[in-house]
Design a protein around this ligand. Structure first.
Ligand code: DAH
Length: 331
């Protein structure tokens, strides 16, 4: 075969194979070295120069140089083409029409919102906010509150005992005792917090719930003031039109004692939201106050029940389910 023919054949083979070169980096490098490498087909064609006659040699040289330049240019163009199509594939993988990820914003739990409302109402009439221990000794939870060891009132609140002397508090009333032990009257506090009861679970009772305790001690305190304070609270919390009633009751730590019920529109019946009364002189004596000089009232309200009535929540267990669908209703 003549030298020119060999050059032509090499060019055609190169063009045919170039078509099939894909994106694979090894394949690209193999192809390059097969044709344009130091020991490639183009380089070996240059050895034809040695056999050419003096008169053919310049033309053959020109053809070989042209072949080398052409193939180099074609190969470089092909590389550029491959790179740009890779880039385009990457760009196409960004689908601008896809809906964006939904960002959920956290919100304050409805119980915490209710607690804040309660705190604000009492702070507006001069109550301070205090907190106390959730794990407490039997004395502060029961005995100091005039509930002796075998008193039937201890059965009213089935208790979680940590050990025979230590309990998960069954009410926030334990903090009344701590506050009065630590301070002299006058004293006016509300105490929000968690309480625990080992009782049957139902739509309005759970083993854990929140209370806000209230205590006011001074030289002259009347039951009328207690009523006025709680009526004010109910009006602020539920609006002027909400039906409420005081009902006589019994607590070992108050005398007289009462409970407040709120009309439950959903169930068409009364729901108890708090207990209250005039602090029993025995409790005042237990903390070292002089009961002939100081009087006071106290109350303890259930936060879940207040939230249930206000926001029409039909089961106390919703507060603890962690169900986002529930919580999102109160953002
Ligand atoms: N501790 C009572 C309970 O958990 C509620 C209560 C009643 C609190 C009367 C008081 C009070 O401070 O005076 O059922």
């Amino acid at each position: 075969m003549s030298a020119l023919k060999l050059i032509e054949t090499a060019r055609n083979e190169f063009l045919a194979e170039l078509e099939d070169v894909g994106e694979d980096l090894n394949q690209i490098e193999n192809f390059r070295s097969t044709y344009l490498g130091r020991k490639g087909k183009v380089a070996s064609l240059f050895s034809l120069m040695g056999n050419a006659s003096n008169e053919d040699r310049p033309a053959l040289g020109n053809s070989l140089n042209k072949l080398k330049n052409d193939l180099t240019t074609l190969f470089e163009n092909k590389l550029a083409e491959i790179n740009s199509s890779k880039q385009k594939a990457q760009d196409d993988s960004i689908d601008l029409s896809l809906p964006s990820k939904q960002r959920r914003l956290g919100s304050i739990h409805i119980l915490e919102q209710t607690l804040s409302e309660i705190k604000e109402i009492y702070q507006s009439i001069g109550f301070h906010v205090a907190y106390g221990p959730e794990v407490d000794d039997d004395y502060h939870n029961f005995t100091a509150l005039n509930i002796p060891e075998h008193h039937p009132a201890r059965d009213m609140q089935d208790t979680f005992f940590i050990d025979p002397e230590t309990v998960l508090r069954t009410h926030t009333s334990n903090v009344q005792v701590h506050l009065m032990e630590e301070q002299d009257p006058p004293l006016r506090y509300i105490v929000p917090g968690k309480v625990y009861r080992n009782e049957a679970i139902g739509y309005k009772s759970y083993c854990l719930f929140h209370q806000v305790e209230g205590i006011y001690i001074n030289e002259r305190v009347s039951f009328g003031e207690l009523k006025g304070c709680l009526e004010f609270f109910v009006k602020q919390m539920f609006g002027r039109k909400k039906n409420m009633r005081f009902r006589p009751s019994y607590f070992p730590f108050t005398e007289p004692s009462a409970e407040v019920d709120i009309w439950d529109e959903e169930r068409k019946k009364w729901m108890e939201i708090l207990g209250c009364g005039m602090v029993d002189p025995a409790v005042l004596e237990n903390v070292g106050y002089d009961p002939s000089r100081f009087h006071g009232y106290a109350f303890g309200m259930g936060v879940e029940r207040i939230a249930m009535l206000k926001y029409k929540i039909n089961d106390i267990r919703h507060f603890y389910s962690g169900d986002v669908r529930f919580m999102e209703q109160f953002v």
